[in-house]
Design a protein around this ligand. Structure first.
Ligand code: HEM
Length: 330
């Protein structure tokens, strides 16, 4: 149900956008109104999430570590596994964000005959996640050619690199194939592994189908429907300078693509896809583990009436001495 529900939802959005896009009177709504609304929801939503996270109190240092903390000079500490400086935190965060380091160490467990608990490596998920995120980044950066004039050097460079094999006209992008393959792998893994399937929600499938829909409609436009890229750029540039004008010859396929992209933008702040920003605000990742170098006092501490040892000794001195027990003060 969750799987089909998500598939039907994405198909319905595509169909609605495609149909509305083929009706001339509705094109301004779809080409101008919807993108601005989606962008506003994205910006307000992102700010709201980040402000809410940054306001959560973090009274303690709670970094997740898997290495020796810095302490005595003769004990070797681990700068990356248990970073004690900002530089170490940046290094670890950089490797996490760029190379998904913790996912690389992911393990799987199964019960074998015996019964015996077996732990094994699980590198496929890491590979699939890396392939998906990196190709998505390249695709999005390449899209800068539609919204920035003159086209930034990075977009041109990625364009050349991505079309390196010079296969077909228009040139086939490697990232298009990798993106689709990675998304299909992530979907099939969710369906084939019983435990993962059991915990999968509607939103897990919805995010995957939405991304697949965006990628497939983009690929369809580039290699088969051959949309007018000049018209698309005209619209995109007019939107970026807040002087929207809708060119005549925009195809319905473009509106399908744009409709799905706007859905993703508006949905992103309220979805699990916010892990994109969350990682940077995660106290288990962004705090240095300097608990033995520095005394961290809980800012919420309030004055508590305590009974010190000295006071206790003064109170019972006679009895302690009578019992022949040692005292600190004579
Ligand atoms: C999350 C954002 C987006 C993703 C993931 C995405 C994905 C893709 C993909 C995978 C393709 C296939 C060809 C290629 O890789 O360049 C494509 C093509 C295309 N996309 Fe997007 N897209 C996004 C946003 C947009 C936006 C906002 C626009 C409107 C300006 C747009 C307009 C187009 C057009 C016109 C093509 C055809 C390109 C061509 O003919 O070379 N896309 N998109």
């Amino acid at each position: 149900m969750k799987l089909y529900g998500a598939l039907i939802a994405v198909a319905a959005i595509s169909l609605a956008a495609g149909l509305a896009g083929s009706v001339g009177a509705l094109q301004p709504l779809l080409g101008i109104g919807v993108p601005y609304c989606a962008l506003a929801i994205l910006l307000v939503g992102l700010s709201w999430r980040v402000i809410r996270w940054s306001r959560s109190p973090v009274p303690f240092r709670i970094p997740t570590v898997c290495g020796q903390q810095i302490s005595l000079p003769w004990i070797k500490s681990s700068r990356l596994e248990s970073p004690h400086s900002t530089l170490g935190v940046i290094g670890r965060m950089g490797l996490e964000v760029l190379l998904f380091r913790s996912l690389f160490r992911n393990t799987r467990s199964r019960i074998d005959q015996g019964p015996r608990l077996i732990y094994g490596e699980a590198k496929w998920l890491w590979l699939g996640a890396m392939a998906f995120h990196w190709s998505l980044l390249v695709v999005v950066l390449r899209h800068l050619r539609f919204v920035v004039e003159p086209v930034p050097a990075v977009a041109l460079w990625l364009d050349g690199l991505d079309g390196f094999f010079h296969v077909g006209v228009p040139v086939l992008y490697v990232t298009d194939i990798v993106l689709i393959a990675a998304l299909l792998y992530l979907l099939v893994r969710r369906l084939r592994e019983p435990q993962v399937r059991f915990i999968s929600l509607f939103t897990d499938y919805f995010a995957l189908f939405l991304l697949l829909g965006i990628a497939l409609s983009g690929i369809w436009m580039r290699y088969f429907a051959r949309v007018d890229a000049v018209a698309v750029k005209q619209l995109a540039l007019s939107l970026t300078v807040f002087s929207p004008s809708l060119p005549k010859n925009l195809s319905a396929w473009f509106f399908v693509h744009l409709g799905l992209v706007c859905t993703l933008a508006a949905y992103l702040p309220f979805s699990k896809l916010m892990h994109m920003g969350g990682i940077f605000l995660s106290p288990t990742r962004n705090l240095a583990n300097n608990n033995r170098m520095k005394r961290h006092v809980n800012p919420w501490n309030y004055p508590v009436k305590v009974h010190t040892y000295e006071e206790w000794e003064d109170e019972f001195r006679e009895k302690i001495e009578a019992a022949g027990l040692p005292v600190e003060k004579h």
